[in-house]
Design a protein around this ligand. Structure first.
Ligand code: NAD
Length: 325
């Protein structure tokens, strides 16, 4: 299979590429991966160092909003896994334009090129944030999108475009919606790596509002496994939820991170709440479990310990990025 992966130098995309190219069984025999990435502040070329000498790997430095380049790069591929996005909610509140450009316009250009080049499968990687906030219960795939932040609205727009390209042009599209990811190589602006790297440097951590907002966490390796299942056996035109099942308030998560870094509550600075801050996210993943055999495999406590250790051992990776955050 010749696979085009957009945003493959980011947190989740690089995990997907590293894990795909490290599997040596027959399922990935002969696989070729092209990464297309603009290397924005969040894209780190070194995230792909472990696969740089793999014979099936090619890197293209470029923008998904560059129609000519996208058309050239798309040629010769069998499938696309589309991760590239502006992904940080706080940045979208400060300025929505790059979110609309990359997440909506960039996705539309990729979808157009995929139709032209008769791509066999287009996996569009999306988020639970498109649904807004849910006080009780969990979202199923048929719930309406009601996004609150510009980030979530831009992702919802791209999801709807992807599904429309399936209905209108017959493009074989699968949309995955995932809960909050954690794990190694996450840019130190997101909650877990920001808090861990601050605490490792004895700096205070900023906790929004009351800290009672609830997020569902999934290890990045489980998310990537779910995407691979969707790529191989998802049904065209369908949405699949890929959650982790561990729901925590931000305050509970902060307590766990303080414990893991031998820090105390004095290190927490409560800051004014994020504008439009969703109270709770929760995904029902029965459809992915029943149709794809998806089940998260990493226990949260173990995954979090391993993640904290990774940041402790890989200062050389995150120190240069802090200035960009
Ligand atoms: P990230 O910010 O770490 O990485 C994004 C990557 O996309 C970077 O390598 C960046 O250089 C690249 N990129 C950005 N704009 C581009 C453009 N115009 N052209 C080409 N490349 C561009 O993001 P992430 O956390 O790895 O998220 C990947 C995808 O997963 C996103 O679509 C995001 O919406 C989705 N998602 C993320 C989470 C999460 O918890 N991080 C949860 C659910 C879904």
């Amino acid at each position: 299979m010749r696979l085009l992966v957009t945003g493959g130098a980011g947190f989740i995309g690089s995990e997907f590429v590293r894990s795909l190219l490290s599997i040596t069984d027959s399922s990935t025999h002969g696989i070729q991966v092209t990464v297309l990435d603009k290397l924005t502040y969040a894209g780190v070329a070194a995230n792909l160092d472990p696969v740089v000498d793999h014979p099936g790997y090619t890197f293209v430095h470029g923008d998904i909003c560059d129609a000519r380049l996208v058309d050239q790069v798309m040629a010769g591929h069998d499938a696309v896994v589309h991760f590239a996005a502006e992904s940080h909610v706080d940045r979208s509140i400060a300025g929505a334009e790059p979110f609309v450009m990359t997440n909506v316009m960039g996705t539309q250009l990729l979808l157009d090129a995929a139709v032209r080049h008769r791509i066999g499968r287009f996996v569009h990687v999306s988020t639970d944030e498109v649904y807004g906030s849910i006080s009780t219960g969990s979202w199923t795939e048929d719930c309406p999108v009601e996004p609150n932040s510009p980030y979530a609205a831009s992702k919802a727009g791209s999801d709807l475009l992807a599904l429309a390209y399936h209905r209108t042009y017959g493009l074989d599209v699968v949309v995955t919606r995932c809960s909050n990811n954690y794990g190694p190589y996450q840019f130190p602006e997101k909650l877990i790596p920001l808090f861990v790297t601050n605490l490792l440097d004895s700096k205070k951590v900023p906790l929004y509002g009351t800290g009672h907002n609830v997020r569902e966490w999934v290890h990045v390796s489980d998310h990537c496994h779910g995407i691979e299942l969707a790529l191989r056996s998802g049904r065209a035109g369908e949405i699949y939820h890929l959650g982790g099942g561990t729901e925590l308030t931000n305050e509970e998560l902060t307590q766990l991170l303080l414990k893991a870094t031998d820090s105390s509550w004095d290190m927490v600075e409560q800051v004014p709440d994020r504008q439009g801050h969703d109270l709770r996210y929760s995904l029902n993943c029965d459809k992915a479990a029943n149709e794809l055999g998806y089940a998260p495999r990493v226990r949260f406590e173990e995954g979090l310990d391993e993640t904290v250790s990774w940041y402790r051992d890989n200062r050389h990776w995150w120190m240069p990025l802090r200035g960009k955050a």
